[in-house]
Design a protein around this ligand. Sequence first.
Ligand code: AMP
Length: 193
Amino acid sequence: MTQIHSLAVFCGSRVGVDPVYAAAGRTLGAGLARLGVRLVYGGGRIGIMGVVANAVLADGGTVLGVIPRFLTEMEVAHAGATEMVVTESMHVRKTRLYEESDAFLIMPGGLGTFDETFEIITWKQLGLHDKPILIANIDGWAEPLIGLIEHAIARGFADPRSRGFYEVVSSADAVIDRLQTLQPGRGGPAYRM
Ligand code: AMP
C-alpha cells in the first residue's frame, strides 16, 4: 500500500498541442483512483488540470480542489470535485495545496506550472518542507525545465545537490509505479544547502 495518501499535481490550464499530454493526464487520474491516492490540485475544470480531475472522479477517486475566488468568478472551477476550498488569494491557495499533500507531481503545463514547480523546489532548498517532488517528463516536455536547472548548476548559481530535490519520471505509468514505493518526508525540515 502506498504511503503517499495525498498528491498535489501542478499542471497546465491548457491541454497543449499534442494529445499525448491529455492521455497522460487520464492515465495518471485513473492510476490515482486505483491506488486510493487523493488528488490535490488547483481546482480548475480546464486543461490538463480538468483532465486529471475528471479521470480520478470517473474511477471513484477523491479530489480536493483549492482555487482562489477570482478564478471561480471566471467560472473555471470544477463543479464535481469531492471537496473545493475557495481562498482569498493565490498565496493562500498555494500554501493550502502544499499543506494538504504528502508529495508533489509536476505534469506538463505553462507559466503557472513553472511558478509552482520552482516555488516547491526552492521551498525544499530553504528547508521549509521535505516532501518528495516528482517531475513527469511526458514526451520530453520537462527537458528545457531540467536543462534550465542544469544551466544554473553549470554556471555556478545552483549547488549540484539541487538535483536531489526532485526526481524525474518518464510517463504517467512510471508516476503510478513510483508512488507505490515513495517514502513521504520525515516531517522535519529538508536538508539545508
Ligand atoms: P498554467 O501552467 O499557466 O496553465 O497554470 C497552471 C496553474 O497555475 C493554474 O492553476 C493557475 O491558476 C496557476 N497559475 C497561473 N499563473 C500563476 C501565477 N502567476 N502564480 C501562481 N500560479 C499561477
